[in-house]
Design a protein around this ligand. Structure first.
Ligand code: GDP
Length: 297
């Protein structure tokens, strides 16, 4: 399960101080040492760990029993608040265009779950937001990606716009947007090419697609299991093309949590959705507070 190690360690630390009547500086120091260790073990970015520890320490020293809460209970609340803040505070909702269609570009490295997430997102937007999505197969370098998207479209009974592997991705995206207008489909979700590494050619292609019609959202799909690599990938994509949000996949696996806890602070871009399985309905809006509660048990 995701965050297991981090959860266990944090909960263990919190239990130790729960009953204390007053927290001394030494108590806080000892607790913070354990929290720091837990975060580092969970592969959280070092800068993020440092600022987190500083914030919690400042709020925790000198706490006394207040309104029937022991200092320990108050610290648990502080840690929860600050974990929530780390992950963006409020839930970040998707932006729809005022003029149809809304265009969402899905970007990411190969294997992150981009094509799968394109389908899942379309399903969620149809069900929860009452949208009429068009899936666009613009990953022309991996023939299997087009078939995969077509299969997903069939499975979900959603239209897929594709022109095979010979067409240019920019033309595909342009024509898809025209097609959506003609067919009154209000949400165009473009599955762009993925590569094994961030490279100049990929970024240029994404910029070209972006320039057809400024997308309302550019979602970077990253695999939570890759930890700090996911954070670096997010930073690279954001620097190169400017992303509006992140979809963190494979949170059903045993990820330690580093990506989820670092991406927002490092890139200043919100996590919008999380992938929680291989099935088409395994995509959820990301709620920072719920995630923090889950971690602290
Ligand atoms: P792409 O190369 O980025 O388009 O990646 P794919 O969409 O082909 O996904 C790669 C693999 O990851 C596939 O086997 C997916 O089923 C799997 N996958 C995607 N999202 C999730 C998720 O949230 N959880 C799990 N367990 N697997 C996922």
């Amino acid at each position: 399960m995701a965050f297991e190690g981090l959860s266990e360690r944090l909960q263990g630390t919190m239990t130790k101080i729960k009953g204390k009547g007053k927290l001394s500086e030494a108590d806080v120091k000892e607790m913070m040492r354990e929290v720091r260790f837990a975060l580092i073990e969970a592969d959280v970015n070092l800068k993020v760990v440092k600022s987190f520890i500083k914030k919690v320490s400042e709020r925790a020293v000198g706490l006394e029993v207040m309104e029937s809460l022991t200092p320990g209970q108050q610290v648990v609340k502080i840690v929860k608040d600050e974990l929530t803040e780390l992950m963006g505070g409020e839930q970040s909702k998707i932006e729809f265009a005022t003029r149809q269609p809304t265009v969402i570009m899905m970007v990411g490295l190969q294997g992150a779950g981009k094509t799968t997430t394109t389908g899942k997102l379309a399903g969620v937007l149809r069900k929860k937001n009452n949208r009429k999505p068009l899936l666009v197969a613009a990953d022309v370098y991996r023939p299997a990606a087009i078939n995969q998207l077509e299969t997903i479209g069939k499975q979900l009974s959603l239209p897929v716009f594709s022109k095979g592997t010979d067409a240019n991705p920019v033309d595909i995206a342009r024509e898809a947007i025209e097609h959506a207008k003609a067919e009154h489909l209000d949400t165009v979700i473009i599955d762009t090419a993925g590569r094994l590494h961030v490279d100049e050619q990929l970024m240029q292609e994404l910029k070209d697609i972006r320039s057809i019609k400024e997308p309302d959202e550019i979602f970077l799909v990253v695999d939570a299991m890759t930890g700090q690599d996911a954070v670096n990938v997010a930073q690279s994509f954001d620097d190169a093309i400017g992303i509006t949000g992140v979809v963190l996949t494979k949170l059903d696996g045993d990820t330690r949590g580093g990506a989820a806890l670092s991406i927002r602070t490092v890139t200043e871009k919100p996590i919008k959705y999380i992938g929680t399985g291989e099935k088409m309905d395994a995509l959820e809006p990301f709620h920072p507070e719920r995630m923090a509660s889950r971690i602290l048990g």
